[in-house]
Design a binder for this molecule. Sequence first.
Ligand SMILES: [Zn+2]
Length: 417
Amino acid sequence: MLVFLLLGAVALASAHHAGEHFEGEKVLRVHVEDENHINLIHQLADTTQIDFWKPDSVTQITPHSVADFRVKAEDSVAVVNFLKQNNLKFEELISNLKNALEAQFDSRVRGTGHSYEKYNNWETIEAWTQQVATENPDLISRSVIGTTFEGRNMYLLKVGKAGANKPAVFMDCGFHAREWISPAFCQWFVREAVRTYGREIHMTELLEKLDFYILPVVNIDGYVYTWTKNRMWRKTRSTNAGSSCYGTDPNRNFDAGWCQTGASHSPCSDTYCGSAAESEKETKALANFIRNNLSSIKAYLTIHSYSQMLLYPYSYDYKLPANNVELNTIAKTAVKELASLHGTKYTYGPGATTIYPAAGGSDDWAYDQGIKYSFTFELRDNGRYGFVLPESQIRATCEETLLAIKYIASYVLEHLY
Ligand SMILES: [Zn+2]
């Protein structure tokens, strides 16, 4: 009886684990007009522990934008008073994060197994990679491109009909641990590929003429940590010499203007660039795979959230890529395709001017390797739920995103190089 009660308590605790510690925490949005506003938010960040949701850090706030951030329950009154006293325009996006975290699991799909309309934990995704490959041997093969800091296998799915010398599109999800909609999209893409192959002409053609390399979760250790310890974790889980803080921002860890701008040299920062470019096993494995397959990879797509943006190089500099006009036209058409389904509006453009300068990103790095078509997606939403997007939005988000991805892949197919 005691054992039974204990097991019940453990099950209950783990089911709600991701919601712990966030009672009374708020996510606020401040409207930033000028340098004076930026200075005030810096003051706030210097004196209060603040978790920036958008932009990724306080150093990246620009005039005429918004800053979304999470504040601890015990600081929320003081922060709100500070904003009011300084006449900063703000609103409360999330009034109690614990409630929002519980509300994200609103899928009507029942059961505990894998579901494309639920957020799946790593164990479930890992088993899914095996199953989907086994069930579709003529379309999918699974390989391991490396292991994470904590020793987990990084699975890569190659999706496409067998053929010699096929060009390829590489797509990854789950760079940032808390962006749960991202891995959900990679899984959705694979499902739609196998479900519509032979039934829908565009997908059929794509899979006959292209291979898609899908890396469902890049930062697996971080993703596991968001399920078990801290839902708001972003970075990897590697240890840092001389610091008690964990992790590196994998999307600041690539050799593309590494750590020059929009990244931090402090291991405790959420945008820590790491001890060197490719210091993380996860980014190293990804970069090695792309380097080893450069002759076939024609497009690089990386899926993040949130803010509904489609970005292309560069982010580490204000310079524009050689084919910037072409990339702009592709992005414009892709977001139009995306909006055609549910009316979801995306902005688009080069990273540095469209959001903010940030060095060490995988899209810039892939582009500089010679991959002409390199894009970063920032999926739903625009801040209403931010990183805690409800499961009930997975389907619509993935459906619309798929339209944009298929458009880009078709374009690449017609413009092989
Ligand atoms: Zn991200």
